[in-house]
Design a protein around this ligand. Sequence first.
Ligand code: CTP
Length: 425
Amino acid sequence: MQGKRILLVVGGGIAAFKTPELIRLLRKEGVAVTPVLTRAGAQFVTPLTLSALANAPCHTDLFDLTREAEMGHIQLSRAADLVVVAPATADLMAKMANGFADDLGSTLLMATDKRVLIAPAMNVRMWDHPATQRNRDTLVEDGVLFVGPDEGDMACGEWGEGRMAEPEAIVEAIRGALAQTLPSLTGEAPLRLPPEAVIVPPAPPQPLRGRHVIVTSGPTHEPIDPVRYIANRSSGAQGAAIATALRDLGAKVSFVTGPATVPPPARVEVIRVETAQQMKDAVETALPADAAVMAAAVADWRVTNAADHKMKKDGSGNPPALEMVENPDILAWIGHDERRPRLVVGFAAETDDVVAHATAKRLRKGCDWIVANDVSPETGIMGGAQNAVTLITDEGAETWPRLPKDEVARRLAQRIAQALEDAPR
Ligand code: CTP
């Protein structure tokens, strides 16, 4: 790489803290780096740091007239052998995919005739978002090279794909990109790179490809009258994380969700319901399935005498009497139904004697596994980002450490894949 020149666009993400190390590694290899810092990038790393490490001026402003006189942005964008964007935020990817050029970084990316390699970095949900995935596909089509993102803990406390590749991996990707004899973008024919020229993370294994899994999630709302309902504190975070993890292992997921506070995952079939009865109907419609994971916090009771008009105070000072009836138990029904999926997983939200209650629940509801958790208010689990679960199977109880809900979901999805491994498709 000795003597090669890289134009490095630094986007505005927390991962920008790794960019100085990237510059240091490149300099060690004898690469000349010209840093370009976006306005958002400057919130995370200073131009002085970048220019000191690169031993070159750091460009920051499209309308820096002195510099424009010295070197126009067109020239700047072409003086390099490769343009690297690290970190490439969702916003920068969107600009690149759609041809926006409203600041120096995006203008250089539009004006360059050189290959572009990007290291995306963003929150897992932003990476998974259909818009970002669309932009990624467009950029791959346009011949942009990718390194990462990696899977792992995020600065925001979540776990998943979206971490910027490590500086060492970016250096290797740059080495690979520079070594490829890539056609120039200024060639007559529009450039379409062969897929093998695009550096993307290895596809995760897909042991659940060809499997259908139903996941219930979130609370249910049981109406009292048109404006009031009975609900519970479930956020739907654990169910959404499970659906995501199953999807990532290749499963087709039917995600039956009550009115949750977290958004449903991308690239799953989302069936929105409100009441327990609607949830049961939706699960029934989604059958057959290889597995069902009942993570919803279904209301146990509904009001039989729900009013079809807003109930009014009658002036007597007496509250209305609500008559309640038990809701269908979706887990117990599917556990005993003739169309029962091969693997049925229930949850048990308990506040005391967790293992004993959950073990009894497993037998009573006819499910294979119960994921039991302690939802006493002091645990902060319901509505929180973490979960401490005990998995109860026919072999006994297995207590998992307290983990982010995404990691609980990932482990559970792996176990489901193992359990279905030998089942006929
Ligand atoms: N469940 C269900 N349908 C219901 C109630 C619960 O499918 N009407 C499922 C939940 O999705 C969860 C499991 O049953 O997978 C256990 O839920 P939980 O609220 O812990 O149990 P309950 O049935 O309410 O039992 P108990 O009142 O004894 O705690």
